[in-house]
Ligand binder design. Structure first.
Ligand SMILES: Nc1ncnc2c1ncn2[C@@H]1O[C@H](COP(=O)(O)OP(=O)(O)OP(=O)(O)O)[C@@H](O)[C@H]1O
Length: 446
């Protein structure tokens, strides 16, 4: 048990600044897609008997590897639903991993349970997005901050109170607020209370899950500045989860970009923002709203929907939306012809144009220069299926069938035969800025 006389600067960690604190290897977390009485029973009306047994998996986090160094902030960014929170919670063992290792100071958290895991939890803390709901309104601020210390049997009553008051001051609040209830505080102040609570047990590592997303922009910067000061003072290491790139840019040393359960790019902050190497990262960066009022809206917004994590694309998970999908080896296509074919495939898949005649399609999508050879035959067959005066036109059901067959044909012949569909990419690149490694999961770097 710690003594109350210990200074608030807390105990020394046995890992030096800049050394690996946490190393995650092949971390995977699948959820069964439904739960309850009928979990695993699927109704399939087109077969007999019309039920089958089997659990659909949501591949929320899939084969993720990275490390975090003592004293650094690793930013984790990605669109909603890409698995950021699941990753954070699995690291802390709030969720049980499906596979992989989580080496924290050399011990595998994935293998721990019971008392051993409970003990470890004082070294790893988490801060959540919503400071409103994560603070019990019936408890006073002092009790809230002391709760984790009590759970870990740290100090006596007097010691805990002294420490709680000192922490209130450290996070930028007034120690005299010790006896107040959380409702008396603003959103930013409540997040500061959360910070004090997380720090009360002297953690080395704090997973911050969208900690400033619910706050006004001006308050966000203040809270992040406080977090940086506390990091410096207490030698903290952060995994900072956010969907907002400007927040990530403010606080991170290195940044990991997540898409549909995979980490697609990881590099030092400047390198990632100035020299992004994954088409998804580029699209994310381009979709940041432009501050210039003369430019309206957002640029380069990502096309299409994120696929379901229940049935994610093979190979590179971004390939179904990727503007740089790689040409399949077997076709003799110029870059220009491939660009046209790819654009045509996307337009057919998403049915973005009204029926046209075959010459109009050739002109519109291929500038009159349709590919030759096998690829050309496939393109012509697809054109045949959707052309305005072709056999599939006139009846709505037939028309739909024609577009579907053309889509399947194009996807099977081109998209599915790309290396992007066949192999999961993972490449280490040289950084242009800074000294660290640059990971990019994109076959353009093969
Ligand atoms: N308990 C659960 N059971 C089933 N599926 C889940 C569960 N928790 C999360 N998921 C699914 O896992 C995927 C990843 O979700 P997660 O919350 O980790 O994403 P996120 O990137 O943190 O998104 P957000 O920013 O919206 O919280 C989603 O498809 C989500 O629906």
């Amino acid at each position: 048990m710690s003594t109350p006389d210990e200074p608030i600067g807390f105990g020394e960690s046995d890992i030096a600044h800049g050394e690996t604190l946490l190393e995650v290897d092949g971390l995977t977390k699948y959820f069964s897609s439904d739960s309850g009485l009928f979990a695993g029973i699927n109704l399939e009306t087109d077969q007999f008997p019309p039920v089958s047994f089997g659990v659909d998996q949501v591949e929320a986090v899939d084969d993720v590897s990275f490390e975090i160094k003592m004293g650094e902030t690793l930013g984790l960014v990605g669109e909603s639903g890409c698995g950021k929170s699941t990753l954070g919670r699995t690291l802390l063992r709030l969720l049980d991993p499906t596979d992989g290792t989580i080496s924290f100071k050399g011990d595998d958290l994935a293998e721990m349970s019971g008392e051993e895991l409970r003990q470890k939890r004082s070294e790893i803390q988490m801060i959540f997005q919503d400071p409103q709901s994560s603070l019990d309104p019936r408890m006073k601020v002092g009790q809230i901050i002391e709760e984790p210390m009590r759970a870990h049997d740290m100090f006596d009553d007097e010691g805990r109170e002294a420490r709680a008051k000192e922490l209130l001051e450290k996070v930028g609040l007034d120690p005299r607020h010790y006896n107040r209830h959380p409702h008396a505080f603003s959103g930013g102040q409540r997040q500061r209370i959360n910070l004090a609570r997380a720090l009360s047990v002297d953690p080395d590592f704090v997973v911050c899950d969208e900690p400033v997303s619910a706050l006004d922009v001006s308050i966000q910067a203040q809270v992040m500045n406080t977090m940086e000061e506390l990091q410096e003072e207490f030698g903290l290491t952060y995994l900072f989860i956010a969907h907002d790139l400007s927040v990530i840019r403010h606080i991170s040393d290195r940044v990991a970009v997540m898409y549909l359960g995979h980490i697609v790019e990881l590099a030092e902050k400047e390198e990632l923002f100035e020299n992004p190497q994954h088409p998804y990262t580029r699209a994310l960066l381009e979709s940041i709203p432009v501050p210039d009022p003369r430019e309206t809206g957002v640029r380069g917004v990502l096309e299409g929907e994120v696929p379901s994590p229940q049935n994610p694309p093979s190979g590179c998970r971004f390939r179904t939306r990727c503007p740089r999908l790689i040409k399949p080896e077997e076709y003799d296509l110029t870059d220009e012809q491939w660009k046209h074919t790819r654009a045509f495939m996307r337009a057919v898949k998403r049915r973005t144009f009204e029926p046209m005649t075959a010459p109009e399609i050739r002109r519109e999508f291929f500038g009159g220069d349709t590919p030759r050879g096998e690829a050309g035959e496939i393109v012509e067959e697809a054109i045949d299926l959707i052309e305005g005066d072709g056999e599939y036109q006139g009846d709505e059901d037939d028309e739909r069938e024609g577009w579907k067959r053309a889509t399947d044909l194009l996807l099977e012949s081109f998209a599915e035969r790309s290396i992007c569909a066949q192999e999961q990419p993972a490449y280490e690149l040289e950084s242009e800025l800074g000294t660290g490694t640059h990971f990019a999961a994109c076959h353009l770097h093969r």
